[in-house]
Design a protein around this ligand. Structure first.
Ligand SMILES: *Cc1c(COP(=O)(O)O)cnc(C)c1O
Length: 344
């Protein structure tokens, strides 16, 4: 396994999809030497969960392959049997599964796909497994947070963004993968780029789209030098603790509910009222400009995402944020009552 820096998680996902596509086409070409590549391409099928980041859909669009979006379980986690059933159905229709994208730490609620179930299935079907850990992947620096990684040994590639949760300035997305598979996929070798060390060195230009690259490794190296592994672990643990504190404040107030398990720095919560009222609450909070939050849909529920992001966030900031939210909720009491009356 070897790693390379990219500019974004979206780029990592796109590049691995291209590599998986090239890899599968090459394999199919051996079995069916007289079938045109375009015909083989039209049979390829990629998979991801409904909770996967939108960059997967974009990557499939750019790579011109079909993508089947699967329903996760009630904990927003993609499960092995769901994937296997979909692949079986597709194979029966003459399609060829070639790529599965899983997410550890989804954007909407930081849920985790079940890698320990999905990994062995991908191996069995000869399918490229990519793991997107853009945010939560950073937390694996803490041994006690590594549970969701079970099954990662089956992955062909994995990415995480130190610019999201490891104190590194944008841009910095690390992709770890099996060197040779990706290397073969994107090789173009004009005379002016050839050199006499191609046997010994890794040519990172074969790993992605750009030829020239920034020295992102230096930036990350300085971050690791400045904070130390223990310092980075402390930082991540502190953000998890603050998120738990916020969760406790939400739980203490019976007008509110927590909408998904709080495992890292993200808390998804909502008022126990209709979606449109939650949307109204959030838009008035954001309009006031004191704190800023972003919503998501979980199933049919509109939830508000509170994420601890600031480097030096303290207990005081969390208490202040909750005060702001709770005041706006109180201000909305009239509207809520009015809404309830209108419903009868
Ligand atoms: C943020 C995020 C992305 C997109 O990251 P970019 O680096 O901006 O492309 C992709 N996947 C997940 C799970 C994310 O949280």
């Amino acid at each position: 396994m070897i790693s390379k820096f990219h500019g974004s998680a979206s780029e990592c996902v796109f590049v691995t999809l291209l590599a998986a596509r090239a890899h599968k086409i090459r394999e199919l070409k051996k079995q069916h030497p007289f079938v045109e590549e375009g015909v083989l391409m039209s049979k390829l099928m990629a998979y991801c969960s409904k909770e996967a980041h939108s960059c997967v859909e974009k990557a499939a669009m750019m790579a011109f392959v079909k993508l089947r979006i699967l329903q996760p379980d009630e904990n927003q986690s993609l499960r092995g049997p769901t994937l296997q059933q979909a692949m079986e159905e597709d194979i029966a229709m003459g399609l060829i599964p070639f790529y599965v994208e899983t997410t550890l730490g989804t954007t909407s609620c930081c849920s985790f796909d079940n890698l320990s179930e999905i990994g062995p299935i991908c191996e069995e079907y000869g399918v490229w497994l990519h793991v997107d850990g853009a945010y939560a992947g950073n937390s694996f620096i803490c041994p006690e947070l590594r549970n969701p990684m079970k099954g990662i040994e089956c992955a062909s590639s994995f990415n995480f963004n130190p610019n999201k949760f490891m104190l590194t300035n944008f841009d910095c997305s690390v992709m770890v993968r099996d060197r040779f598979r990706l290397t073969q996929a994107l090789v173009v070798d004009p005379l002016y780029l050839q050199h006499s060390y191609s046997e010994q060195s890794i040519d990172y230009r074969h790993w992605g789209i750009p030829l020239s690259r920034r020295f992102r490794a230096l930036k990350l190296w300085f971050v690791i030098r400045s904070f130390g592994v223990e310092g980075l672990q402390r930082y991540i643990r502190e953000h998890c603790r603050l998120a738990k504190k916020f969760e406790a404040l939400v739980k203490k107030d019976n007008r509110f509910e927590v909408a998904s398990p709080v495992l890292l720095g993200l808390v998804c919560f909502r008022m126990k009222v209709g979606n449109h009222l939650n949307a109204k609450l959030l838009s008035s909070i954001n309009a006031a400009g004191k704190i800023h939050m972003v919503p998501a849909n979980l199933g049919d529920k509109y939830v508000i995402r509170f994420c601890v992001c600031a480097q030096n966030a303290t207990d005081g900031h969390i208490e202040y944020a909750w005060e702001v939210i709770s005041e706006f909720a109180t201000d909305m009491q009239d509207i809520i009552q009015h809404d309830a009356i209108n419903r009868f």
